[in-house]
Ligand binder design. Structure first.
Ligand code: SF4
Length: 207
């Protein structure tokens, strides 16, 4: 199918956790990271059972919540996986849904800047999972470097402002501590971040 991309799942009626108002979470397959406690491991595996949809098919699937979206200032949250790997899809979707729905991405920002930049005129809010700003902790946890993440975040804030960016600073059992998290927050504040979401990752250790 032309323009079709793979989704690992959908969740209707999410409240504020995945964006403002009532949103439907649409989770793309595929991610550049390999987090030790990946919350969606099926988004990484080849051969995962996915649903392939074009932007129009996704619109047809989610539009039954149009009234909820309009009444609450909600819309669609693109997650994953990594939604910033699907920029052309999201542009096409924005054209189809128009300007009234809010569109959000849940992202690690660990992608080339050109992909982030290409979304600033179609995405209303960015929910950035920063993991930890310490490069060693980040690498141990994700197996990747975080210099690009911090650079992208700084540039993103300069373009869209702080209100459109919510940064998740998780406590990651066995990888960081409250002290590390406080250091991450201090560094992020210096970069201009004002909105934080503090959470603890669920793992086999703390289930
Ligand atoms: S960023 Fe999310 S989907 Fe990607 S590996 Fe990490 S937890 Fe899994």
């Amino acid at each position: 199918m032309e323009n079709a991309v793979k989704f690992i799942g959908f969740r209707r009626h999410c409240l504020t956790t995945d964006g403002e108002g009532v949103t439907t979470l649409a989770a793309f397959w595929g991610c550049p990271l390999r987090c030790r406690y990946c919350l969606n491991p099926h988004s990484l595996r080849e051969g995962t059972k996915c649903e392939e949809l074009t932007p129009m098919q996704l619109y047809d699937k989610v539009k039954l919540d149009n009234l909820y979206f309009l009444a609450t200032g909600g819309g669609v949250t693109f997650g994953g996986g990594e939604p910033l790997l699907q920029v052309p899809f999201m542009h096409e979707f924005r054209k189809i849904c128009g300007g009234e729905w809010r569109l959000y991405v849940e992202t690690s920002l660990n992608v080339p800047w050109s992909l982030v930049q290409a979304t600033t005129d179609i995405i209303d809010g960015y929910i950035v999972d920063i993991k930890d700003t310490d490069p060693d902790i980040y690498k141990r946890y994700t197996t990747r470097e975080n210099a690009q993440v911090l650079d992208n975040l700084q540039r993103l804030i300069e373009i869209v402002g702080t209100e459109r960016v919510l940064v998740r600073v998780p406590l990651i059992p066995s990888f960081n501590t409250e002290e590390h998290r406080a250091r991450s927050k201090a560094r992020l504040r210096e970069m201009g971040v004002t909105r934080f979401d503090e959470l603890t990752y669920k793992t086999e250790i703390n289930k």
